[in-house]
Design a protein around this ligand. Sequence first.
Ligand SMILES: Cc1cc2nc3c(=O)[nH]c(=O)nc-3n(C[C@H](O)[C@H](O)[C@H](O)COP(=O)(O)OP(=O)(O)OC[C@H]3O[C@@H](n4cnc5c(N)ncnc54)[C@H](O)[C@@H]3O)c2cc1C
Length: 425
Amino acid sequence: MKFDVAIIGGGVLGTAISYWLSTLTNHKVCVIEKEEKVAAHTSSRNTGVVHSPFYLDPQKKKKIAKAALQSHDLWQSFAKKHNIPWSDTGTIEIALDESQHHTLEKYLKWGIQNGLAESDLQLLDYAQIEQREPNVKCHSGIYCKKDASTDYGMLTAQLYLESKQNGTQFLFSHKMQKIKNNTIFFADAKSLEFGFLINCAGGYSLDIAKQLGLAKEYSSLHFRGEYWRIAPQYSGLVGTNIYTVAKFASFPFLDPHWIRRADGTVEIGPNAVPVSDPEAYSGIGGASKAISKLGQLVSGSSKKLLLNSEFLSLVSKEWKSSISKNAMVNRVRQFIPKIKPQYFIERGTAGIRTPIITKNGTFLPETLELQSDNSLHIINYNSPGATGAPAYSAYLVRQLSDDGIIQLDKTPKQHIWNFSTLNSV
Ligand SMILES: Cc1cc2nc3c(=O)[nH]c(=O)nc-3n(C[C@H](O)[C@H](O)[C@H](O)COP(=O)(O)OP(=O)(O)OC[C@H]3O[C@@H](n4cnc5c(N)ncnc54)[C@H](O)[C@@H]3O)c2cc1C
């Protein structure tokens, strides 16, 4: 088998790239996916929020902020066309004290810099929030009415159908094991040749880039984010998504939220349990054993980060919140005091974030694109990556065309989204 472009990973990103390539070019394209379907991992194991980029630093997170802004309407029209759940839930990002309120003021400015309209964002004091959401107690908040809830697994599955119809070959149950020159080898000793490779392997993309001698200065950590689902009779306590301002800006994983999903269910979470694998969705063993496991996660540049005592102390507490439902409920009770542990009868989503650590021991803020003569690797494609996928994938395809790696067809197939109106991110 020989393909002009081989994409590793049938998550929302790999599938969206294949969609654009199948529509805009005549290249022979395949998507290599180790599971039996698209979106088997993070692209389904997320909270389904269509994020507006008011909370993203316009300098440090420029690309994903622009992609999220542009993609909102693309996903909305696509979901409506295919009857995929879409709910204009809205979000209130809350401050619990005066210092967090200053962060909200900064977010208002960031929102405008990222292209949101002033009317999309409303700064509310505690009384206005209480009027809108009587069960939420806080200092103040930003109400963003544009935020929506959807199902990214279903959106990806529909995009897969469109891409396949345009000629993309999806090779399911194909696990890439080794790449040598322009050949991919699979577990069953079969292989395929490619002209150009695009690595969208999610939590494994850094490992694949390293196999090809790239990204030597980076390492990754994997954090499992776990949620609890509220019993249906209590889901009406709050009607809007509630997010909290990051308490520790340099460790962006401890901000509890209340999420109203597109199917009407409500979840609270997440925690951030360090795990050794991007697909370790359950199991931790005893807390002390788990904390000692942290040491095994130390590799390359993450050493400095892990040696940071504040980081270690924060992360070690996260194991407890995995074991104890009360610990997670207590976090959310800070702003929804009415909730009780017994309202949460089952575990909800569990998904894994894979932040990339630089050689200085800091989290890399932005998505990283690394290119060689015959390959492009997308690394650190984290939240709001599902929101931004339609526009970000179009940006990558435009870049490949500008670099002469792919050739855009002068008479492209009819497409659901208008490529020419998507400004570069
Ligand atoms: C808990 C959580 C909540 C989130 N909430 C939101 C949200 O509300 N809104 C939002 O916009 N974003 C959210 N995100 C982020 C978003 O889900 C991700 O940015 C996005 O899904 C990443 O998509 P992807 O295609 O890059 O990765 P993935 O979906 O992980 O896809 C990668 C694919 O590559 C395949 N693969 C890996 N290695 C190989 C191999 N060797 N051979 C073949 N196939 C391989 C995997 O099987 C997988 O299917 C959340 C993330 C998490 C973890």
